[in-house]
Design a protein around this ligand. Structure first.
Ligand code: ADP
Ligand code: ADP
Ligand code: MG
Length: 502
């Protein structure tokens, strides 16, 4: 077993901070890489060392595998952690890291490649006797797509083979809409993934997204750490996740968990991964969607109910360690919920909101964890994902977890940009969610006309603010001089600590 002394974190924001915290506990030194936009960021300040790798656009910095590998070598690192997003699922990057003799904290390049295209992953699932949604894997002409769609039956979902982050997906309800949907999905896929291949799946109208965290070591152990229910989504992307799933039964967990483990085993998987399923709400049948070969944004809910630190485990397994428990020893205790706090406007199609975070005050309370990468004064820019932070709560049961989340969000102060905090609070109070019956289409169906509650401050607050301002002004104007020759109103004689340019 090789011990890691120093790791380069090939990422930014909250996940870079999350990994640095784990490394501090493990006594591993950290090197952050950063773009010109992130020079003052929390991750850069927290890391032991930091290396500027390029301009603000990811294509000039966080996606420059060559510069990142060069920085790791130059700084004397012995490992690279890719986080999520950016290069985390790029097989060539993982390979380049390994070829220089560095440890890649993640699966093998082959495993990443095998799961890289959803269509090849679906073929693997079939071989591993894991159920998949009826569909058409593509490759043919538009006429072939049309025939296949008729056979599958509308509605169908056009999906990008190289997709991720909910991009390149179109729901098609009638044959007449198919060719336009194919075209726009291809265009979006080409732009986002430089790969225009699309395929079809039967669109499951009333569905839950339930995924399994899996972990595998190099000693032949592949286990699952239970499920996460990520059914609360906008634009096919998660905003609230929880564990356990309100829909889960011990029998279904065993069945889905073993399917997830078979998927991982099918590619000789090592390290952390997530096997995603769509579950038809009408009959609770489940179908494999894709496998994400990295740490997941919502991994903290699994940590809170299992008591494990997944980043620690990633380091342990990457250096040849065996998983320190068996499947039977893994237990889920209580209930955890995560809310993704985004700088975005839920009343305007969830469009990202950019700007300076004038003030950020995070809630502190028992059972509340904040995974954040920002502080007051930081900016949300067009260059990166507009997620500000994740609020994760633990409760002995689901009802307590919901109450804690509502209280934590109420205390969370973010000034300067529009956030989805009021929206998240409304969703948490929505009966379908409270009853544990949220499905993937709920937000679009039920919150289409959502408007932010009025946040006009009450009169008492305005009066108090005005009084405070007046008192400050009068206290600062007159200086405490007793000399009649001195001008008591001279700005030069003031003792209020005013400094030019401060
Ligand atoms: P997860 O699959 O871990 O639940 P997401 O699908 O939201 O979470 O993606 C993980 C992270 O990577 C997010 O920060 C997201 O913005 C980013 N990401 C994932 N896929 C893409 C993509 N194709 N293009 C841009 N960003 C992506
Ligand atoms: P991504 O790589 O963008 O995460 P996924 O295949 O994981 O793509 O799908 C993202 C989301 O899109 C799912 O969580 C689900 O809400 C929806 N979705 C995907 N496939 C289907 C389907 N066949 N039927 C209904 N919804 C689907
Ligand atoms: Mg997915």
């Amino acid at each position: 077993m090789t011990a890691i002394q120093k790791v380069l974190i090939a990422n930014r924001g909250e996940i870079a901070v999350r990994i640095i915290r784990a490394c501090r506990e493990l006594g591993i030194r950290t090197v952050a890489v950063y773009s010109e936009a992130d020079a003052e960021s929390l991750a850069v300040r927290m890391a032991d060392q930091a290396v500027l790798i390029g301009g603000a656009p990811p294509s000039e910095s966080y996606l420059r595998g060559d510069k990142i590998v060069a920085a790791a070598l130059e700084m004397g690192c012995d490992a690279v952690h890719p986080g999520f997003g950016f290069l985390s699922e790029n097989a060539e990057f993982a390979q380049a890291v390994q070829q220089t003799g560095l440890i890649f904290i993640g699966p093998s390049p082959d495993a990443i490649r095998a799961m890289g295209l959803k269509t090849t992953a679906l073929a693997l699932a079939e071989r591993a006797t894991v159920p998949t949604v009826p569909g058409y894997r593509g490759g043919g002409s538009d006429d072939d797509f049309a025939r296949a769609a008729d056979q599958i039956g509308y509605p169908v979902l056009v999906k990008a083979a190289a997709g991720g982050g909910g991009k390149g997906m179109r729901i098609v309800r009638a044959a007449a809409e198919l060719s336009a949907a194919l075209e726009s999905a291809r265009r979006e896929a080409l732009k986002a993934f430089a790969d225009e291949r699309v395929f079809l799946e039967k669109y499951i109208e009333t569905a839950r997204h339930i995924e399994f965290q899996i972990f595998a070591d190099a000693h032949g152990h592949t286990l699952h750490l239970g499920e996460r229910d990520c059914s609360v989504q906008r634009r096919h992307q998660k905003i609230i996740e929880e564990s356990p799933s309100p829909a889960m039964t011990p029998a279904l967990r065993a069945e889905m968990g073993s399917a997830a483990v078979r998927m991982a085993q099918a590619v000789g998987y090592i390290n952390a991964g997530t096997v995603e399923f769509i579950v038809d709400e009408r009959d609770r049948r489940f179908y494999f969607l894709e496998m994400n070969t990295r740490l997941q944004v919502e991994h903290p809910v699994t940590e809170l109910v299992t008591g494990l630190d997944l980043v620690h485990l990633q380091f342990h397994v990457a250096t040849g360690g065996a998983l320190p428990f068996t499947q039977e020893q893994i237990t889920q205790r209580g209930h955890a919920i995560e809310c993704r706090v985004y700088a975005e406007d839920p009343a305007n199609q969830f469009l990202p909101a950019i700007g300076k975070l004038l003030r950020v005050e995070e809630p502190h309370a028992p059972g509340v964890r904040i995974d954040s990468g920002v502080v007051s004064g930081d900016s949300i820019t067009i260059y990166y994902d507009p997620m500000i932070a994740k609020v994760i709560v633990y409760g002995t049961d689901r009802a307590q977890a919901i109450r804690r989340m509502l209280a934590a969000l109420a205390q969370y102060v973010v000034m300067g940009v529009t956030t989805n905090i009021p929206f998240l609070r409304n969703v948490l109070k929505f009966p379908q969610f409270v009853e544990g019956n949220a499905t993937t289409g709920m937000i679009e169906r039920e919150f289409g006309a959502w408007q932010a509650p009025s946040n006009t401050p009450p009169d008492a607050a305005l009066i108090a603010a005005a009084l405070s301002e007046m008192l400050t002004m009068s206290a600062g104007t007159k200086t405490a001089t007793s000399n009649p020759d001195e001008d008591a109103y001279s700005p030069w004689a003031k003792a209020d600590g005013f400094r030019l340019g401060a």
